[in-house]
Design a protein around this ligand. Structure first.
Ligand code: DGL
Length: 280
């Protein structure tokens, strides 16, 4: 961790997730910012993060961010709510000044939260997320900073990420667990009119989620909000924008074997890709 990283270099934007979920964010970012270069890193070998302690999520996330820095990324997006909730602040405040103060690491909770004020009329918002994200209280805290009148109710869905990671998101068995958590959430607060999918894996279960959410309740995936916010960030930070290379490429890395990563990643991205395995 004491490696020196050279400053002010240009390179691709790094997109990090514990596994496949960040691909749902990458897709939106790429379509909003097609001219940029990207590196995607999925820590598939150690997923899920959502059931792990603060310390472990922080250490794993820091290793992945450091790897993306070593690969030349001047900017890294934590396309993972669990990592954004549990590791972002420490990395920004403690590690970045030590590693390379000119680089940036951004999370995805804030851009999602900003959208909620306009979406909820009842001011009762539901959150479906990993146990780590729900327990961290990051969503209610961030939402209440901007919108003190909104009540947030969370439901942890510990099995949803493993369903996605094991390629079971479309299976009949997945319905049981999706229905259970949607119903649990709505039974805690019947006035919820907006549900945040506060885990980047969950859009991969969207068809099933929508089956069990009553009509009239909005289901909010994060991709478009994160993409719009990143585009805006680049406009406001021309120095960083100038350091992010623009060739329209994307390279994919996984901590798992390529043979394990590729089939699912290609399904989620709806296209064939090449990937490489990395050691952290
Ligand atoms: N995609 C991650 C998130 O947004 C999933 C975390 C996990 O690995 O459990 O929280």
């Amino acid at each position: 961790m004491s490696k020196t990283l050279s400053s002010k270099k240009c390179g691709p934007i790094g997109i990090f997730d514990s596994g496949y979920g960040g691909l749902t964010i990458l897709k939106h970012i790429q379509s909003a910012m097609p001219e940029y270069d990207f590196i995607y890193l999925g820590d598939n070998a150690r997923t899920p993060y959502g059931t792990r302690s603060f310390q472990v999520v922080y250490e794993f996330t820091l290793q992945c961010v450091t790897k993306l820095f070593e690969m030349g990324c001047p900017l890294v997006i934590l396309a993972c709510n669990t990592a954004s909730a549990k590791a972002l602040r420490t990395i920004q405040q403690i590690d970045l000044p030590r590693l390379d103060a000119s680089r940036r690491v951004l999370g995805i909770i804030r851009p999602t939260v900003e959208s909620i004020g306009e979406l909820s009329k009842s001011r009762h918002v539901g959150l479906l997320a990993t146990p780590g994200t729900v327990k961290s209280l990051s969503y209610p805290l961030e939402i209440n900073k901007l919108y003190p009148d909104i009540e947030v109710t969370g439901e942890a869905c510990p099995i949803w990420v493993p369903l996605v990671e094991s390629g079971e998101s479309q299976s009949d068995g997945a319905d049981f667990f999706v229905r259970r958590h949607v119903e649990n959430l709505l039974s805690k607060d019947s006035r919820i009119d907006t549900i945040i999918l506060g885990c980047t894996h969950y859009p991969l279960l969207l068809d099933k989620i929508l089956k069990y959410v009553p009509k009239g309740i909005k289901v909010v995936s994060q991709g478009e909000y994160v993409a719009a916010s990143l585009k805006d960030y680049m406009r406001r930070h021309p120095d960083m924008d100038g350091r992010c290379t623009k060739g329209g490429t994307c390279r994919y890395y996984t901590t798992e074997s390529v043979e394990t990563f590729l089939p699912n990643a290609s399904i989620f991205l709806n296209s064939d890709i090449l990937a490489e395995s990395v050691t952290l």
